[in-house]
Design a protein. Structure first.
Length: 206
């Protein structure tokens, strides 16, 4: 019997999910939680095998709760169930330790198969999520930034304009623009602010 915990801040969603699994012979809903912090405590208390985890919740979101469960309830498998499938949502959840990632428009049979797979330790991903992960794998890693690109990124982070960065590095402003485009491509971003934020996240900047 798979012991399932539902973590979502919307009571109607929790009720619908509980109804979905009602009468399923090999899955029993052992409890519910309205946010990540409560989910952690209930996962431990109820010895949940699989945790259906929403992402955006008050007090503690799904990513933080997933990361905490790795240490506090390491036998519980976290299966993300959310309406959000952007790369900025998907990657942190997977990196935090989620074994699967589904969207709330998944059919009941699909959801049941996913819970069973998660209980076996198998990953289950929505098609759009798989595309995001493949894109991340194919994208050049942050380690491929050249020393010059790192210098340009640091100058941008320090508030320098393209002209000021060019003067500081004794190169043309057109070269700065070229370096920035390469940086954007390698970090998977579209503008200066996002490049700086990603640079800090990946510890490329001081």
């Amino acid at each position: 019997m798979i012991r399932l915990l539902i973590v979502d801040d919307h009571p109607i969603v929790r009720g619908g999910l509980r109804d979905t699994f009602a009468g399923v012979e090999d899955i029993v809903v052992v409890g519910e939680a309205g946010d990540g912090a409560e989910g952690i405590e209930r996962a431990k208390l109820l010895a949940a095998d699989v945790v259906l985890m929403d992402l955006r919740m008050p007090r503690m979101d799904g990513v933080a709760a997933t990361a905490a469960l790795r240490e506090r309830a390491p036998t519980a498998r976290v299966l993300i169930l959310t309406t959000f499938d952007s790369e900025s949502d998907v990657l942190p959840a997977i990196q935090a330790g989620a074994i699967g990632y589904l969207l709330k428009d998944a059919l009941p049979d699909e959801l049941m198969r996913a819970v069973r797979a998660a209980a076996r330790g198998e990953s289950v991903l929505a098609p759009s999520v798989t595309q995001h992960l493949m894109g991340q794998v194919r994208r050049p890693s942050a380690g491929t930034l050249t020393d010059r690109e790192k210098q340009v990124l640091q100058l941008v982070a320090n508030g320098h304009s393209n002209r000021e960065a060019a003067t500081a590095l004794f190169i043309g402003e057109a070269s700065i623009k070229t370096h920035l485009q390469h940086i954007y491509d390698k970090l998977g971003v579209r503008d200066r602010a996002s490049a700086v934020a990603e640079g800090y996240r990946r510890r490329l900047l001081t």
